[in-house]
Ligand binder design. Sequence first.
Ligand SMILES: Nc1nc2c(ncn2[C@@H]2O[C@H](COP(=O)(O)OP(=O)(O)OP(=O)(O)O)[C@@H](O)[C@H]2O)c(=O)[nH]1
Ligand SMILES: [Mg+2]
Length: 434
Amino acid sequence: MSDPVRRDTIAAIATPAGRGGIGVVRVSGPEVPRIARAILGRVPEPRVATFGNFADLDQGIALYFPAPHSYTGEAVLELQGHGGPIIMQMVLGACLDAGARLAEPGEFTRRAFLEGRLDLAQAEAVADLIEASTREAARSAFRSLEGEFSAAIGELVAQLIELRALVEAMLDFPEEEVDKLYAKDAATRLTHTRAALDDVLAKSRQGSLLRSGVHVVLAGRPNVGKSSLLNRLAGDERAIVAPVPGTTRDALREPVQIDGVPLILVDTAGLRRDADPIEQLGIERTRRELERADVVLVVHEAGGNTPLTEPLPAAARRIDVYNKIDLVPGFAVPAPGIAVSAKTGAGLERLRQAILEAVGWSTTGESVFLARERHLRALESARAHLAAAEGELPRWELFAEELRLAQAALGAITGEYRADDLLGEIFARFCIGK
Ligand SMILES: Nc1nc2c(ncn2[C@@H]2O[C@H](COP(=O)(O)OP(=O)(O)OP(=O)(O)O)[C@@H](O)[C@H]2O)c(=O)[nH]1
Ligand SMILES: [Mg+2]
């Protein structure tokens, strides 16, 4: 597959499994004209919607995109037929019989990357756009797909290239005079680039929150109103609420969004010692959820006098929530807690903002980058190398080496420097047909 000349032709159903008005089978590769002839009896005119019969199995619109002007950069055929699972499988089967092989997940996009139609960050944005769970995440993914993130990385790389050229020149002419002027210039440029990188990193850390996965766990003693709070925050009666302590047994997960930031809220069994055996199992689960929490909402009953003694994992941020304030007029909240009422909704907006703050979201209104963990690691590595570069001044050879390493780290984001196992890891998570 790495040899473009001998690449085979792939096919897959590009629309989701299930029934729909239209279903699309997509074929990409050098054999597309031959397969088109086998299925349609002819090769459709390029980029013209052509009504036809699909191998006497279905009829619909065929679209032909000759190389290199297609999504993958190869010849592509799209067959838009009737969206039923059986008919789609039959049309796909006809394409396979005609010489295509079944595409692996993400293989179309992988080819688009290998053909230079997209860089790696843009290819990842395709998957992120499909996976986006909020409007904000989708908008951010789309900006990355359009190349905004890649351009920001490219700008940093360009600055590093200039700086490296400057240092190379210095190494060539190590005369005293030239050295001083250049040295000052190089130091200034480095400071500038470091600031620019910090800005990209900050926007990436922010944006990474838009990829779902921030776990917010509600924990506390039984009957304090954890399930009621979850229902309030979810805007729906998801969890069972009852006046008896020990109502919740299983951990319940509920995806919610606050200002476009997707979170997983987890309701848990109340923590207490004298629990029955089933409840005890629930409490075990609570402890496991706490281990994975990014934020723990420790729920108390306002005016209650049995504080939670359970140790919380050090990694999680903690927010103390005092519930049922409707029952305790004039309740004085122990700082830095938040007073709420799941019953009346009082304090809920403050709690929402406190959760966002705890996960590190600040609504600056600036566009953020929907960064992946991989991008954050690369940016942090580049940042460390630039800091090290500054420490090497004025040992120019070592300075230059740190710049080179920083550039390589950034290049890995867009795929300039890449390892094939990384590609495998990225594209395997795509859906089939993309
Ligand atoms: N007045 C008042 N009652 C509340 C409030 N929140 C919850 N309750 C009541 O408190 C009782 C317990 O609520 P739950 O939400 O089931 O409490 P929990 O913490 O999930 O309890 P367990 O699942 O048993 O650990 C129910 O009767 C709720 O209606 C509140 O803000 N005000
Ligand atoms: Mg409960």
